[in-house]
Design a protein around this ligand. Sequence first.
Ligand SMILES: Cc1ncc(COP(=O)(O)O)c(C=O)c1O
Length: 388
Amino acid sequence: MPSSPPVYLDNHATPCVDPQVLEAMLPYFTEVYGNAASKNHVYGRDASRAVEDARADIAKAIGAKHQEIVFTSGATEAINLAIKGVAQATPENKRHFISVVTEHKAVLDCFQWLEENGCETTLLPVDTDGLIDLEELNGAVRDDTALVSVMAANNEIGVLQPIEEIGKICREIECYFMTDATQALGKIPLDVDKMNIDLLTCSGHKLYGPKGVGALYVRRSNPHVKATCQINGGGHERGFRSGTLNVPSIVGFARAVKLACSGMKKDQTRIQKMRDTLQRALLEAIPDAKVNGYLEQRLAGNLNISCQGVESEALIIRLKDTVAFSSGSACTTASIQPSHVLEALGRTEDEIYSSVRFGFGRFNTQKEIEQLAPEITEAVMELQAFAF
Ligand SMILES: Cc1ncc(COP(=O)(O)O)c(C=O)c1O
């Protein structure tokens, strides 16, 4: 008898495409296949209409105007466009940029680029829960600060930063506020006006949409954000990003956003119940297990936990036929570095190397988690007995 595949608990890396998203995309491969920039025939006009509808849907989900959404190939490109684009467009007396040590590498690498290109940067620390201190941010902003970039939800520990309060501080000192909402969109409410967000980045594949599509929100008034295009060649997307638009993926992205936002409360409540089931089981069975990240303000589907003496890689291999999950973030796993996020929280080397991330999603079921929980705790206890 064929064995069933392992349960998928790596939904922060990427979840599967929702069948409703796939269904929405399919006609745009073989029926409405025109180039959205070819406005002189019906094929192009239909494709263009689909893109504009998608733009409006995504804008609506974050309280933006449709003209403020720029489609990109994903969040990494959107982040590059936002940070490098602002740096190249701001005046000489605005060359200071602020972010946080626990950001995704896409932001941190762009901050490295800023340093190499004549800008000054400040990376704020976080406390042992992964939160920034607003007083510290208040002390770091200066007259020459161009932009503050703080992620809405962390991809490793799921911690939610106080975005609304950060937006208030940025508005007071008149610098741009950017948030990387790649893990947050569709999981927590976001409103660019209420939160004073000037730039926001997001990605299709983190919310049951296709990979290779994302968006940047760029505020057009109060203030009008200026950012220089990073990909030249034709002036698409109001000059922000050239290149033929990926119509099927844009349609799928918008459908994914609509689904996630309309079903947010129900989905997240169900997901949190599953997360809490495994968390409870692990904390009850393993006395020295430690959850990483602020317990009160966290993505519903995130459980990042360290079990002393149990190498995360050993646990992943031990459970490979049962459950698929990860150690730290996908990008840091590829480069086999200790998680910079857990380091920033002040975790010990043992805690970092014994940390695993379970990411729960829409297609997991309470029943499968209830079956899994004892199997995972047993594997941890076995490996711990071996270690000590
Ligand atoms: C918080 C965060 N920002 C940015 C990215 C990059 O997104 P993309 O895969 O769309 O380039 C990711 C994906 O891992 C992420 O989790």
